[in-house]
Design a protein around this ligand. Structure first.
Ligand SMILES: *[C@@H]1O[C@H](CO)[C@@H](O)[C@H](O)[C@H]1NC(C)=O
Length: 259
């Protein structure tokens, strides 16, 4: 498990422990386990949950766009999400793909999107191969949904710092540039279930997480432009949904059991 907080005083160690428990993501092993457990559920309900992934993939209209209904600065993108980083899952909830192999050698980034962004997670993360859901403020992104977006310098949603971190100072960044990264393309290859990720991944559409965001993306790996060698910075991410690039679709369909 990587460290989440850079500055921890001895007195804050208990809070640090608690925060790690509360705000950590599942490890690859745990993710695998949950995906395997979901596979059991999926087999029982395969008729109800097997999805045609080509059906109505949500895409945001490009152009000169400003979203005046958002109380969070979007810098021309349509949506924003809090982020975490979890590594790779060898058998993900999107049809058992290996998230490392899905994007290996490409410029794409695998993410696990919050179950609230999927359709029909039944409040318990049992939504193997789920399509994009969302609504009521939540952006729909399920298996093989793609987006283009950039990391911001700001972190931890509207709170600006970890819930349980007493020691961490809110960073005062003099820079005028709100962006921390170049534009990247992300693909949903996995699920961030609410159980175990209660602070980050909302239970269902219309609910915000503990950091004030409807949307959450759990990255397998941050791009190198987002410094993360010493701690997971949990930077905010602004994005717009796009149709997945053809080469990525091809890779996905060759690896996933979802149809
Ligand atoms: C505008 O932002 C809100 C809140 O972030 C979001 O729920 C909504 O989908 C966005 N609207 C559009 C048209 O992208």
């Amino acid at each position: 498990m990587l460290h989440f907080f850079l500055l921890i005083s001895a007195a804050a160690l208990d809070e640090h422990e608690a925060a790690l428990k509360q705000d950590s993501e599942c490890t690859s092993a745990e993710c695998t386990l949950s995906a395997l457990q979901l596979l059991g559920t999926w087999k029982l309900n395969s008729a109800a949950t097997t999805a045609d992934l080509n059906a109505d993939v949500a895409v945001d209209v490009d152009g000169d766009f400003s979203n005046s209904s958002s109380d969070f600065p979007l810098y021309g993108y349509h949506h924003w999400a809090t982020t975490t980083m979890y590594g790779d899952a060898p058998r993900s909830a999107c049809g058992g793909i290996d998230t490392h192999r899905l994007v290996q050698g490409t410029r794409y980034h695998n993410v696990a999107s919050a179950q609230s962004m999927w359709r029909n997670c039944n409040g318990n993360g049992a939504c193997w191969c789920g399509q994009a859901g969302g609504g009521s403020g939540t952006t729909g992104m399920g298996c093989l949904s793609c987006a283009k977006g950039r990391f911001l310098r700001s972190a931890y949603g509207q709170k600006g710092k970890a819930l349980y971190s007493l020691a961490q100072e809110e960073s005062e960044d003099e820079s005028e540039d709100p962006f921390m990264s170049e534009e990247i393309i992300v693909v949903v290859g996995d699920l961030c279930p609410h159980p175990g990720n209660e602070d980050w991944c909302p239970n269902r559409a219309g609910l915000k997480n503990a950091y004030g965001s409807f949307n959450h993306l759990d990255f397998s790996h941050y791009p190198n432009s987002v410094p993360h060698s010493r701690s997971i910075p949990n930077k905010n991410f602004v994005f717009s949904r796009i149709d997945c690039p053809g080469d990525l679709k091809q890779r996905y369909y060759s690896m996933s059991h979802c149809r």
